[in-house]
Design a protein around this ligand. Structure first.
Ligand SMILES: [Zn+2]
Length: 322
């Protein structure tokens, strides 16, 4: 059976896994990243891939796929810019090709996760699909008619940075106001809790210091019926629904899968958005896009990166038809 190495490269951690063509993870190796200097990160990536390759015992490894944050030139695997690493023009693909015999492919991490979830997770069997990974930010990707959409400069799918509250929203890491990510990520839920706090002067919800305050605590308090948390959750869910309805208006996918840490809210989250999404779905026939929780969890990125290696790129069709 063919195997590939799928690598999930993040700002603080890199994980390389040996993955089969059925999307099964056989082995994994990981390293923390503490220094964003290019050489240090490349070294950590090489180390984990080396470990994964030795776990695979060198047998029939079809290729190496790396999912990395940033805007990435798909052919060369050059990272044009990555705010997470503060990199511009880093030839990651070329560096790794000099070190490994196997073909190397580099793609954006969220697009890799979309390809993974589409091929092996919740999206399996659909042709029109979107993934949103909702964590500290919002990443995503779109599959249209069986093709992952990359756009003219591999920039398509930056769903987190379409503005839904450009006049009264929170400021986004990208500099714009009211981006979907600024309004409907885990970080956004905390910001909504601060924003509604003046209406709840006796609330203890925000008593924890800011660095200890997580979105999960606010969501759980909302589930338990805490008034302050419920008010924050409602704003969060309304903004999430706005973004989801926009995605439906643009691409009317069969399914939108919600992944990332915040999606652990499960049905509580789905129930909070479905009604509002229907209200905001006007010209597209209602009920023609399902919304569900993604199933591959944190492994979606590595599995998608391996899928990219099996396929010989992010956008090519699978060699075996589904
Ligand atoms: Zn933004």
């Amino acid at each position: 059976m063919r195997k590939a190495i799928g690598v999930d490269l993040g700002g603080s951690h890199v994980m390389a896994a040996v993955i089969t063509e059925e999307g099964e993870i056989l082995d994994r190796a990981s390293e923390d990243i503490t220094d964003h200097a290019v050489d240090k990160v490349v070294q950590a990536v090489e180390n984990t891939i080396d470990q994964a390759l030795s776990a695979a015992k060198g047998k029939s490894v079809a290729g190496i796929g790396i999912g990395s944050p940033g805007n990435i030139e798909p052919r060369s695997g050059t990272i044009l810019y990555s705010p997470n690493f503060q990199w511009t023009g880093v030839p990651l693909g070329e560096r790794l090709r000099a070190h490994f015999d196997q073909p190397v492919f580099v793609g954006n991490d969220a697009r890799c996760a979309t390809l993974g979830e589409y091929t092996y997770g919740t999206g399996k069997g659909t042709k029109n699909f979107a993934l949103l990974t909702i964590g500290t930010g919002i990443g995503g990707g779109i599959v249209s008619e069986g093709h992952l959409v990359l756009g003219n400069a591999a920039g398509a799918g930056e769903i987190g940075h379409h503005q839904i509250r450009p006049t009264d929203g929170f400021i986004c890491n990208c500099g714009k106001i009211g981006c979907f990510e600024a309004q409907a990520s885990g970080t956004a839920l905390i910001r909504h809790a601060f924003a509604v706090a003046p209406s709840f002067p006796r609330s203890t919800l925000l008593d924890k210091t800011r660095d200890k305050l997580g979105s999960k605590a606010i969501r759980k308090a909302a589930q338990a019926g805490d008034g302050h948390a419920v008010a924050a959750w409602k704003r969060f869910a309304d903004d999430l629904a706005t973004g989801l309805a926009n995605i439906i208006a643009f691409v009317n996918p069969e399914l939108i899968a919600l992944g990332g840490g915040v999606s652990s809210a499960g049905d509580f989250m789905l129930e909070a958005v479905r009604g509002r999404v229907d209200e905001l779905t006007t010209m597209v026939p209602r009920g023609t896009t399902r919304i569900a929780i993604a199933t591959l969890g944190n492994d979606a990125g590595a599995i998608g990166a391996a899928t990219m290696a099996f396929r010989g790129g992010l956008t090519t069709q699978a060699s075996t038809s589904k």
